[in-house]
Design a protein. Sequence first.
Length: 201
Amino acid sequence: MTELTLADRRDAYARVFGKWPAGVPVVVRERDRDVLYATWVLGNDYRVRSGFYGAYPHGYLARVAALFPDIEPSPSRVLHAFSGSLPPGPYTRLDCRQSADIDGSVFDLGASIDVGPFDLVYADPPYTAADAVHYGTPMINRGKATRAIARVVRDGGFLVWLDTVWPMHRKDEWITVGRISLWRSTNHRARFVSIFQRVRR
């Protein structure tokens, strides 16, 4: 099977969300490689009622999935790290308040937790120490987390990291292939979606 290019992924996204052309990613050259750039304005949707602080904004997961039409959701292919209130579904959940599929910490991936390799990992960690207090967890070390996730992602697989910063990562493990600014509505923090591809070993 031929691997999709970033232009293919852009086109796949446009087929699903083309009615909002401003959000369709563009492919730009950055340091001699292609990178997807976009701005997504999701709007406020009061149907998001997980009752859990920091739940994914309505529509976010569908937009990300549109970029990966070649990755069929299944527990063996998709991992949600820091999965919070995410209900059971066709994926594996870690660090989840609702009976996680894996018992342990993201830092245990590839060590005491033997899973994967996954094709796609979603990560939505606490953004600040104050956010971590809301979750009832310690603040994470982003560099250690991206390194642990790298151990369970196949060569050429992807990590989609939602945060207020571009997270620390090792360049011999991850290549940045997407930078998306995400806006929900007024009086919400702007967030950033960093899309990484696992370096082939």
